[in-house]
Design a protein around this ligand. Sequence first.
Ligand code: 5GP
Length: 189
Amino acid sequence: MDSLKERILKEGKALDETVLKVDSFLNHGVDPKLMYDMGTHFKKYFEKHGITKIFTIESSGIAPAVMTAMQMDLSMVTLKKQKSKILNGGVYQTTVHSFTKGLDYELTLSKDYISKIDKVLIIDDFLANGEAALGAIRLVEEAGATVGGVGIVIEKSFQPGRKMLDEKGYDVYSLARISKLQKGSIEFY
Ligand code: 5GP
C-alpha cells in the first residue's frame, strides 16, 4: 500500500533496530482516511475468503479493523487485554507476551461473540514476533471456529512472526513489509 509506505517514511521514527514509532497516524493520532484505505486493501485481499467476522486486539488494531468490517459488511470484535473479573466459564482467555511492554497479559474473548461456524479475519497494527496474532488464533481455535486470515498493517518481516505464521499455514497479508530498521532509516521489500 503505497500511501501507507509514504506515511511511514515521512512520519515514522525507527527508535532502534526493532521498534518503529508511528504515533502520528496509527498508535496515538489516527488518520481516518488512511484507515479507510487500509480497509479497502484488506477487503480486496480477503473478500473471497468466506470471512464471517473480524477480530482485532485493543487498541491500535481497532481503527483499521472497523474500517475493514464496515467495507466487508461484517461485525467486529475487540479482544480485550485485561483479565476478566467474571471467570465463570463465559470467556476464552490466553496469555500473550507483549513485544512493546515486555510483559504478559491475558487476551480475553467472551463466548457470546464467537461460534463454531465463524471464519475469522484477525487484524492488528504490527507483526513482530507473532505473539499477539498467535494468541488471537488460539482463542478462535479454542472456540472451534476457523481462522480465515491475518491482516497486518505493518509487518517487520525481519522478526520471527511472519515466518512462524507462514509455517503454521495461516494466510497473512500485510499492507507494508519492512525489511530493515535502523535508527533513522526504514527499508521496505
Ligand atoms: P508481536 O506480538 O507480533 O510480537 O507484536 C505485535 C504487537 O506488539 C502489536 O499488537 C503492537 O501493538 C506491538 N508492536 C510490535 N512491534 C511494534 C513496533 O515496532 N511499534 C509499535 N508501535 N508497536 C509494535
